[in-house]
Design a protein around this ligand. Structure first.
Ligand code: ZN
Length: 133
């Protein structure tokens, strides 16, 4: 079952600068900075009520975030939905005809396992499913 919007992922040029912007905007402090080497990305998280903002900076030119920034520039990169059973959701959404980028969950940032859906089957928005480890 999909429970809520877990976070919004935002692609940024500089994580240090964007942390300052969002800390001021939200009146809260970034609680975690974490690098996900397999994705070529450095992430920073800020809590907003029940949801979070995830800032994403590329750590190498082949990173999906580097490619996104090149094509579209800074901005919303993905929406992440919290699930109680990610494998069941992957199975359900595959049956419903959605194109999954990850057919089995993988390790993500902030203590989650994750899977992405291809934006071409979700109205142009990259969708992430996530579940607490
Ligand atoms: Zn995310």
């Amino acid at each position: 079952m999909i429970k809520k919007i877990e976070h919004l992922g935002i692609a940024v040029n500089s994580i240090e600068e964007s942390i300052k912007t969002f800390e001021t905007l939200l009146g809260t402090n970034c609680y975690k900075i974490e690098e996900v080497a397999s994705e070529g990305v450095k992430t920073a998280f800020l809590q907003v009520g029940e949801s979070k903002i995830e800032l994403l900076e590329a750590t190498n030119p082949d990173s999906p975030i580097a490619k996104f920034l090149e094509k579209k520039g800074r901005g919303i990169h993905h929406i992440a939905f919290d699930t109680s059973d990610i494998e069941k959701e992957i199975e359900r959404l595959t049956k419903e005809g959605f194109e999954l980028i990850h057919k089995t969950p993988k390790d993500g940032a902030d203590g989650k396992i994750i899977a992405f859906l291809h934006p071409k089957s979700t109205e142009g928005i990259l969708v992430e499913l996530c579940q607490d480890k």
